[in-house]
Design a protein. Structure first.
Length: 230
């Protein structure tokens, strides 16, 4: 990890979409920028002073560890996203680990700095929108098992990891091992394997180990909703 002062324009972040130039300049002056290599930890579960994370470049993932040491993926983050606000507002510890998927550049504000910034009437609405999107994604993830077809449930688990990325992008997401996906979707491991192979053969995804590059978000969401068959 390498530390430096910000050289990136924070106005590209959704958090500052309505902020004044003065607020952006203040945040730029306060923030510290860290560079991470693939696989490197950005933050650890249980951190009571976890900061506000502003992802400038690259991709990150969050996950928790089960009692038997297995990683359970929570979600992925792409450039332009900000996260960590909820734990700061609730004065809570960070509930999961965060690690880099690719080379990543992250600007951080400590809790006191972030709280002061988030009180701004121009920034607060963006914070609310951010946390609402996080909550919606969590609800969608846990409602997957309500879908009837196995292929839809597996596809929905993948789709909920994408978040609000644009349909013309090819976002990367990390999924759990097939046994965990099978347990979450309430299907067999063989079914998970079959669905992934089908999605790949149709050009919907590209598999890179446990990571998936989504080539056709629209089709994936149609399969997840049961409109199309995998």
């Amino acid at each position: 990890m390498k530390n430096e002062t910000p050289s990136h324009d924070l106005r590209n972040l959704a958090l500052f979409s309505s902020a004044t130039n003065e607020e952006i300049e203040l945040a730029t002056g306060l923030a510290r920028v860290n560079h991470f290599t693939p696989g490197e930890y950005v933050a650890f579960s249980g951190d009571a002073s976890s900061p506000l994370f502003m992802l400038l470049e690259g991709e990150l993932r969050s996950f928790v560890s089960s009692e038997d040491g297995h990683e359970i993926p929570m979600r992925t983050y792409s450039a332009g996203q900000t996260f960590g606000a909820a734990t700061i507002i609730q004065r809570a510890v960070l509930p999961w680990n965060i690690a880099a998927i690719t080379h990543a550049t992250v600007a951080i504000l400590n809790r006191a700095q972030a709280m002061s910034l988030m009180r701004s009437p121009r920034i607060a609405p963006a914070v609310n929108e951010m946390m609402s999107a996080d909550l919606l994604q969590m609800v969608q993830r846990y409602s997957v098992t309500g879908l009837s077809r196995a292929s839809a449930r597996v596809s929905a688990l993948i789709a909920t990891s994408i978040g609000d990325k644009k349909v013309d992008e090819w976002p990367a997401v990390e999924i759990p091992d097939q046994a965990t996906v099978a347990a979450l979707a309430k299907v067999s491991r063989e079914t998970v394997s079959r669905v992934l192979k089908s999605l790949e053969s149709r050009g919907v995804i590209v598999r890179i180990g446990r990571r998936l590059r989504i080539r056709d978000i629209t089709m994936l969401r149609r399969i997840a909703s049961g409109v199309e068959l995998a």
